[in-house]
Each structure stands twice: as C-alpha cells, then as structure tokens.
Design a protein around this ligand. Structure first.
Ligand SMILES: [Zn+2]
Length: 283
C-alpha cells in the first residue's frame, strides 16, 4: 500500500506499556451477559468479553502506569500505518454519511497489550481485534499479526482490512443495525442467532471493501497484490478455515463470521461496487 503520505488520525489511543492492576476486571458487577462484539476472529473463549449489565458502569479494572516501554522501529511504523488507515476510513465514511444527510462520529482506536478494560468488559488480546459498541472504540493488540501470519494472512493490506472491518462494526452501530441485530438475537435460538451474527460480520466485510474502493478512487493507495492480500486474509479468517486449523470438524451451525468463500465474496462486493446498498446482508 502507498500509505506513507496519508493523513494521521488523532483518534489513536495508545495504552501499550500499561498493565491492568487492582481488582481483576473479570469481576465487574458480578452479573455479566456474554456477548460477541464482532471479533475479527475468535481463537479463544467467548466469555472473555463480558458486558456489564448491572451496576453503575465504569471500568472494572484500574490501569496502572508501568514504566513506558520503548517502541521498536517496526512497532513505530506499525503505529503510524494504523493511524493512516484509521484516518482514511474517517475520510471515506464521513463522505458517505454526508452524502446521505448523516454525520459520522469518528471512533477511537485503542492499541494495547495483553488485556485492557473496555465498556464491554475486559478486552483480551487472545480474542483478536474487536469493536465495543458501548464505548465506540476499536481494540487492537498488534501482536495478533503473528497469529494472522500463522493463518496465512500477510501484508499491509491484510491489516488494513482488519481495521476497516472493525470500523464497519462502528458504522453498523451508528446507523442502528447493531442494536436491531441484538434485539433479533435476543428472541432467537442459538442457531438462528449465529446466522444473524454471520450476516452482521459479512456486512462488516463488505463495508471494509467499500472503504478500500473509495480510498483507491480518491487517493490511489493500492499497489499490485494488495487486493489479493485482502482476499487471502478474508479467506484465512473464515469459520470453516478456523475450525479446521483448530483441528475440529467443520460445523456450519456454529459459524459466527461466515465461511472463507462468503467472507471473500462480501469483501469483493464492497470493493467492486463501493455502494452501501450492495452490502445489505440482511435482505
Ligand atoms: Zn467482526
């Protein structure tokens, strides 16, 4: 990607070098409701994110400042890259919202290490990147890039796709899709609920494609091979692929993000059309 000249976002919150201390954040409120908040992929236990439904809000854990760790050159460059991609999604979505008579509220992207408090409970790096509708923040532990590589997703555009997918969940929150989906899921069986979740994830993939479509048209950021990197990443995080990688049988009823083929198709749909209407995964 030709990103170096891009604008840097002012919405990156860097929490690296901070460790959670005090009361374990897992203990918030006592009563928790487990929700999936649009994990990019789920390689661990879904109960890692626990939304507080009782009590007066606030974070369960306290942040303690440990000695700031010096970032390596590679980490600095990654941080820079993330902030350019985020800024680019801001520009694209601001334009699309404006064209539809709406105003876009920019999300914050939190960089952290290992675990961090969120309005959705404790964010754990093992769950992969995720978006929390409660505080409208994207959470990213850049160490997950190693995990992505292991799954066959490499290259800068693969990371850009991940960020743009989580921004897609933010868009769903702003336009009210997320809350409608949660209401539908509350009335559904587990299998139906999973199917609804898959549609939500595929739409976020399509929205990621929309970002890339407009970024390319307006700023020519793509280089040869970038699209393929994104498509490969989408295939790598398909539920069937993840189940196989985990040594399990492929169980479509348990899908929460869509198969490799579906994820590739919806990313391509956004990429080729650049049209939000084409991303109606619920229709
Ligand atoms: Zn997602």
């Amino acid at each position: 990607m030709l990103w170096q000249r891009g604008r840097r976002s002012s919405n990156v919150e860097d929490r690296r070098g901070r460790r959670m201390g005090g009361k374990a954040a897992g203990g918030i409120g006592g009563i928790g409701l487990v929700i999936a908040v649009g994990y990019f992929f789920l390689s661990g236990d879904p109960s890692m994110l626990i939304r507080q439904i009782a009590g007066g809000g606030g974070f369960g854990g306290q942040q303690q400042q440990s000695a700031p760790t010096e970032l390596t050159e590679q980490e600095k460059q990654l941080t820079d890259f993330v902030s350019v991609v985020l800024a680019d999604t801001e520009d694209v979505w601001k334009g699309i919202f404006q064209a539809n008579g709406l105003s876009y509220k920019e999300p914050v992207l939190v960089l952290y290490t290992d675990q961090t408090p969120t309005a959705c409970g404790t964010g754990q790096a093992a769950a992969g990147p995720f978006y929390c509708p409660g505080d409208q923040k994207l959470y990213l532990d850049l160490n997950f890039l190693g995990e992505m590589k292991r799954m066959g997703a490499t290259g800068d555009f693969a990371l850009a796709y991940v960020i743009a997918h989580e921004v897609g969940h933010h868009v769903q929150t702003l336009v009210g899709t997320s809350s409608k989906v949660r209401q539908m899921q509350a009335r559904s069986s587990q299998i139906e609920s999973n199917q609804i979740q898959v549609r939500m994830e595929l739409q976020a993939d399509c929205f990621a494609g929309i970002w890339a479509h407009h970024a390319q048209r307006q700023r020519q950021i793509l280089e040869e091979g970038d699209i393929e990197e994104g498509i490969r990443a989408a295939a790598a995080v398909g539920d069937d692929h993840l189940q196989r990688m985990a040594g399990r049988r492929v169980v479509p009823e348990a899908f929460t993000h869509g198969s490799s083929q579906q994820r590739m198709d919806w990313l391509k749909r956004g990429l080729s059309t650049g049209d939000v209407q084409a991303c109606n995964a619920f229709g």
